[in-house]
Design a protein around this ligand. Structure first.
Ligand code: ZN
Length: 275
């Protein structure tokens, strides 16, 4: 019998370093969370379609808009915990051996930011206790640029507190969220404070076109990893600096195509980065 030449990609060990919690909820996960939150609804299953993250968007801002649905379903500790468990289990099924989940701590009417972060940490620990073969999971809290500096200040205080409660769990800080109408300079003091406290930094950078000046500011500030870097090659200076500083770039091919920041796979910047 001829041997199959097809690679078993699913069972290949993988690391997943750019998983936004609320952007990683599969359709079946969203469905389960939806029925947990709205158990008495008679809505047909098609209602769930409104919650799907993985539609094709026209612009990046549509993607941020869609996150609101996921946020609606992860607004209690119980459903947030369940969402975390499902992400970990699904990653395990996909052959992920090391996973970093990132998320912006969110206060809702049902929980504080501290409870939000602690709930995820508890879910991670419980998942590992239940199934030791699950991936090693770490947490990266995010500053959401669109929520402003005061919110990020509050987030950093909570992060440092929760880090004490769950040693070794929180490995870095992420800067993400809709970059429109925000200024990287405003977040620098807080990011520096996080760095001084021993947290690594991964910054979403050049996710949209026309931000050369800010890209250079970010490169000069420094980071341990860059999120996306989609438009880094718009300026020869930033491209060269990125290469000189040897900053690893988290390329998210599916995300870039779905969020329409890259028109098609043949134009994806990963090809240039690999040369
Ligand atoms: Zn991202």
């Amino acid at each position: 019998m001829a041997e199959s030449t097809e690679m078993d990609y699913k069972s290949l060990p993988k690391i997943e370093l750019h998983a936004h919690l609320n952007g990683s909820l599969s359709t079946s996960c969203l469905t389960e969370l939806y029925h947990m939150k709205y158990p008495n609804t008679d809505d047909p299953p098609s209602h769930i379609n409104g919650y799907k993250i993985l539609d094709k968007f026209v612009e990046l801002k549509d993607c941020f808009e869609r996150f609101k649905y996921a946020h609606d379903l992860t607004d209690t500790p119980k459903r947030l915990k369940r969402a975390t468990e499902i992400i970990i289990n699904e990653c395990h099924d996909d052959g992920v051996v090391y996973l970093e989940i990132r998320t912006t701590p969110r206060a809702t009417e049902h929980m504080t930011k501290e409870v939000y972060l602690s709930t995820i940490c508890e879910a991670i620990i419980e998942c590992h206790e239940k199934e030791p073969k699950n991936p090693i999971v770490k947490l990266i809290p995010s500053f959401d640029r669109s929520k402003g500096v005061n919110d990020a200040r509050d987030t950093l205080d909570v992060v440092l507190k929760v880090r004490e409660k769950f040693p070794g769990m929180i490995v870095g800080i992420d800067l993400s969220g809709n970059p429109e109408n925000t200024n990287f300079q405003d977040f620098k003091p807080l990011l520096q404070e996080a760095r001084n406290a021993g947290l690594k930094l991964t910054l979403h950078c050049a996710e949209t076109a026309g931000t050369e000046e800010e890209n250079m500011e970010m490169l000069e500030f420094g980071m341990d990893r860059m999120g996306h870097g989609t438009f880094m090659d718009e300026s020869p200076d930033t491209w060269l600096t990125l290469r000189e500083k040897k900053i690893p770039v988290e390329c998210c091919i599916t995300s870039n195509l779905k969020c329409a920041t890259v028109p098609d796979i043949t134009k994806h910047h990963i090809q240039k980065l690999l040369h």
